[in-house]
Design a protein around this ligand. Sequence first.
Ligand SMILES: [Ca+2]
Ligand SMILES: [Ca+2]
Ligand SMILES: [Ca+2]
Length: 133
Amino acid sequence: MSANKRLFATAAMVASVAVAGVLGTAPTASAASIPMVEAQATYIYLYEHDDYKGGSWRTSGSDRNLSGNCWSGSGCRSVNDNASSMKNQKPNNASFYEHAEYGGASYYAQKNSSDKDLTDNGFDNRISSIRVW
Ligand SMILES: [Ca+2]
Ligand SMILES: [Ca+2]
Ligand SMILES: [Ca+2]
């Protein structure tokens, strides 16, 4: 019986510590008011070469025309028709299209997936637009 009481007392202590912990974080609760888009930004990455090498470029949403987008690094090597590998780190599926405006053949990139070589998908150096679903 006294053992049960001790157990209860311990549980109550743990509970109060937990409450204190929650209250302790209250001053930073304003962080929760940051828009979710900002706080949980995720991206789809395209890479200039196989194996995620060369320049990279990322987008958080759909892009109807990759023309004018440049790989990271010096100069402006065009992303359009030049992506050779990709990582989709978003919690959304995405489609890559052969042409701008989501036209032509498409490649389906599941959420949280990656592909180190788009050649075997017939999509090496072809992507011209991206739609995030
Ligand atoms: Ca390429
Ligand atoms: Ca592939
Ligand atoms: Ca293309």
